[in-house]
Design a protein around this ligand. Sequence first.
Ligand SMILES: [Zn+2]
Ligand SMILES: [Zn+2]
Length: 132
Amino acid sequence: MNDYRCNNCDFTLPSGSGGYSYIEDESGLRINYEEKSKSLRTIISEIWGFSDYRNWKELVRIHTGFNSYCICLDCLNIFEADISPNRNGFSKDDKICPKCSSNHVHTELELVGKECPSCNEGKIEKMVVPLI
Ligand SMILES: [Zn+2]
Ligand SMILES: [Zn+2]
């Protein structure tokens, strides 16, 4: 488990590993499946309600991804976006702040070691928190 925070002010970012793997349901809602201690197949059959796995690889290809925690450096909005490129080199989401439309956006992991966007004095540090 990692915490991400500024070494100067109280600016903190979501803890974890920078994001999470998700599967979309039929409405496009992204469900964090790392939290669930079930196999991806079980989760798919629960969410999509079928037991016919002929097309399940295709479903996985289209409807799974990785949501990264992103931070807008202009308005400090923290949001989730799938900005990892797929096999065609495109990402599902743009690296653009949904609140102020700025493209001055870093992922949480990119921000480690960089200047804090909140106080502009400290640095964002990754702290390893032992699981108790
Ligand atoms: Zn700071
Ligand atoms: Zn913004």
